[in-house]
Design a protein around this ligand. Structure first.
Ligand code: AHR
Length: 522
């Protein structure tokens, strides 16, 4: 770590750590509050729900006759919890499920909808009770914009086009009249349309060239029929498949092949967004590591893998820059989050959500902020009862997860302007011990989020470049794998930082080991 002599002296005078306290690291954070960076698109705080395990059925949909309090069949407790996060966008119906979903099965009177099989996730029965109308209702109830992923893998352009007509055509058109008969007169606004999902895998086993051409074909027909134009999101790479990004940028970004004079025949690219999928685990895809009961090895390995997100965005971003230096095409990380080995006896991809998940959420959101000039959307997988969920349900009970708390604390960054920060801190293994991000909101307030990755050492921080700390919220727990439980008080409610000292423009504070903190600064 770099040594700054004057600070060492200052600490000797105003140190907030009592002599003999547990080992701590010394760090310095400089916020460049006068250098405004890119806008942090609030869509970076997006969500994803798939017909998988108990994500949709039980997690959202309980039906109108359920004893669980609901609004038109949608759980009230889950809606209330999600609303508190200001969710900007929610992606549906998959995931892998999207490429075997046929939208017609999910509209019309519920008792007449055909049941089918969810071949993507365990061949379980799919009642189709939760279809287009129910999803749109859910999105409206939580206050999020819908992101609909259309079926490319086993569907047709005609099926995709007819779904778009059904959702967005004017009320007096034939598709609009059918929609009205099913309960919705006005067209829905569909601002985001995913053209397939993982078409390199479960969505069709395609090579990049093939999918780029498929995307071009779908882009010719899939559109919104009224209201604002929806943005198409092309399937992007799995993790570090950089060749996929190269091909998509080369073959699918433009309306005409470069250097045709028609290449930029409109002020928008054919492909407004390209996606990226990346999951975090502590081992391998085959043995990902347990969601609880891990030691420092599992902590470190999980954090190390999560940190790869930064490298992925930089490298995919560099390829995108080559073809699109003006950054017209957004990167949508429309699946990310932790994926641990499933809990025995639990529903598909159900996992406990611990302090480690909270740390990974905080770090990853900070990384997205760092690349806000390119990353325009991200959707954590998957909202309820699946993977790195915001909430977990058990019958009529619901709990919020540590990840929910991080999203709640971080919502101050939504649509704020990123401010550059310089961080000087010792390493934690191969990683920086602190992950830091700052932004200025519309009211002029600066928010600084600080994640301390070290599970043992608190961080004594000299914070400069900002004024008085007017608020602080900090989340931690005693154990690395601490997690909430049904029927117990939530152990993760954020608290104010105890150790904040200020003298003139200088601020010193101490954040505990393994913690996530958000400061408000004037
Ligand atoms: O989120 C779980 C699955 O992970 C999704 O269905 C798929 O797109 C990805 O492989």
């Amino acid at each position: 770590m770099r040594v700054w002599a004057s600070l060492a002296v200052t600490f000797a005078i105003v140190s907030v750590v009592p002599a003999g306290a547990a080992e701590a690291i010394d760090a310095k954070i400089v916020v460049h509050a006068d250098k405004l960076g890119a806008k942090i698109d609030r869509n970076i705080y997006g969500h994803f729900v798939e017909h998988l395990g108990r994500g949709v059925y039980e997690g959202i949909w309980v039906g109108e006759d359920s004893p669980i309090p609901n609004t038109r069949g949608i759980r009230k407790d889950v809606v209330a919890a999600l609303k508190q996060l200001n969710p900007p966008v929610v992606r549906w119906p998959g995931g892998c499920f999207a490429d075997s979903y046929h939208w017609r099965d999910g509209v019309g009177p519920r008792d007449k909808r055909p049941a089918s099989i969810n071949g993507s996730w365990g061949n379980v029965p799919e009642s189709n009770a939760f279809g287009t109308h129910e999803f749109m209702d859910f999105a409206e109830q939580v206050g999020a914009k819908p992101f609909v992923s259309i079926n490319v893998g086993s569907g047709t352009v005609q099926e995709a086009d007819s779904w778009m007509q059904y959702m967005t055509a004017p009320a007096d058109s034939p598709p609009g009249k059918e929609r009205a008969k099913n309960g919705r007169t006005e067209p829905w606004n569909v601002p985001y349309i995913g053209v397939g999902n993982e078409t390199w895998g479960c969505g069709g086993n395609m090579f990049a060239d093939t999918y780029a051409d498929e995307f071009r074909k779908y882009a010719a027909f899939v559109r919104t029929w009224s209201g604002p134009r929806g943005q198409l999101i092309a399937v992007g790479a799995d993790t570090d498949e950089y060749a996929w990004t190269e091909t998509m940028m080369k073959r699918a970004m433009l309306w005409r092949p470069d250097p045709s004079p028609m290449a930029y025949n409109v002020d928008r690219p054919l492909m407004p967004m390209l996606s990226l999928h990346f999951y975090t685990f502590a081992g391998t895809w085959q043995k990902k590591g347990a969601s609880t009961g891990f030691g420092e090895d599992g902590w470190k390995a999980g954090l190390k893998r999560a940190y790869v997100m930064d490298e992925l965005i930089r490298k995919h971003g560099a390829i995108m820059d080559k073809y699109d230096p003006e950054k017209k095409v957004g990167l949508a990380v429309d699946e990310w989050g932790t994926w641990w080995d499933g809990t025995k006896g639990a529903s598909t991809l159900y996992q406990e959500n611990t302090l480690r998940d909270a740390i990974i959420a905080g770090m990853t959101l900070n990384i997205f902020h760092d690349h806000a000039d390119r990353v325009r959307m991200a959707n954590i997988a998957q909202t309820i009862n699946v993977l790195q969920a915001m909430v977990l349900t058990k019958g009529e009970k619901m709990i919020v997860t540590p990840t929910w708390h991080v999203f709640e604390m971080y919502k101050v960054h939504q649509d704020a302007t990123r401010l550059p920060v310089d961080v000087t801190a010792p390493a934690y293994g191969d990683l920086p011990s602190l992950s830091v991000s700052a932004s200025r909101d519309a009211a002029g307030l600066v928010h600084v989020s600080i994640v301390n990755l070290d599970p043992e050492k608190a961080a004594r921080i000299d914070l400069s470049g900002v004024g008085k700390v007017t608020d602080s919220r900090m989340l931690t727990a005693d154990a690395m794998d601490a997690h909430p439980a049904f029927d117990q008080a939530d152990p993760f409610v954020p608290v104010a930082l105890k150790n904040i000292k200020a003298k003139g423009k200088a601020v010193w504070l101490e954040v505990p080991s393994k913690s996530v903190t958000v400061l408000t600064v004037q």
